[in-house]
Design a protein around this ligand. Sequence first.
Ligand code: AMP
Ligand code: TRP
Length: 356
Amino acid sequence: MIRLSQVPDTMRVMQQSRPRVLSGIQPTGTGSHLGNYLGALRRWVAMQDTFDAYYFIPDLHAITVPHDPAALRRRTREAVAELIACGLDPGRCTIFVQSQVPEHAQLCWILGCITGYGEAARMTQFKDKSARKELGSATVGLFNYPILQAADILLYQADQVPVGDDQRQHLELTRVLARRFNTQFGPTFTVPSPYEIHEAARIADLQEPTKKMSKSRPPAGTINVMDPAAQIRKKLRSAVTDTDRDVRADAEHKPGITNLLTIYSAVSGKSVERAEKEFAGSGYGDFKDVVADAVIAEVAPVQRRYAELMAEGTTVDDALFEGRTRARDVAGATLAVAHDNVGFLLPGGSGRGSRP
Ligand code: AMP
Ligand code: TRP
């Protein structure tokens, strides 16, 4: 028989026996777009019951390019509200803000000391961003970006990390650094694997459907989760299509229609084949209207919940308080082992350097 006093422990053991996932989403721009939502956030929601899940806002990463402090502060709070509005439940997963857990910057320093200069200089995101004139001249912070990301992941002993293709190289570096540290200083970090996203919903830009929908592209091609319904409809109605009239998936010749079918399939739960049948014989205009109805129906409850969360405020505050506490428990324990293994004298005589 399970006594009541044992229940929390039982729950903790259950959580510990689940594989751990961790991921972060930047607090930049106009909030999450449909690609973030379908490709990342909605999957995170599904993962919170099968994984011991940690999700965070990487605000330390956000200052690696020029930024406005007031906007960062506002966006960080909005980003947390967005995560909860999308369905992340602070009771079932851990949500936190990176800068509130000082262990990230601390472990970043240590990992920086086992990263080769050339190794960091080869990272493609660093090369791309440092070449972009509007971002000003590249900083040491931008150079350290992937090392900080490795610290994010290794602090939590994450087993799996769901990330998009552009982050795969950073995850590979994380694996290299984890193995290198473990070999040099003794077993310390779990070597994480990428979380393979099956049936990858890669959402394209509505105006340039051969490119990925992205925060850095012009707004007409991007649907934001918080866009008003009329704007979502307008953007979808002006989505680029092609000159024939068949609603049919063909990524090579009909990227625009294929993208709209992908979006429709992702929000309606119907397969692309079924959607093709549904729209056989309809014109593009009618098809776009039905896609707009489906997208609007999907985001409406998220928008309502978001407005409530921003108006009341305490749910976000409480989630962040709880999240920070839980995150620091795990991150602090890992950092102490890393400090001890690397040869730092631990305070209070708790490590190997305590008096004989
Ligand atoms: P970002 O902040 O743009 O790097 O996006 C965060 C995450 O959202 C990525 O790691 C992807 O998993 C997902 N994502 C971003 N853009 C798209 C897209 N166009 N289609 C599908 N998933 C996307
Ligand atoms: N660099 C990631 C992005 O731009 C965000 C991020 C920071 C992240 N730290 C992370 C993602 C750790 C996964 C794990 O999308």
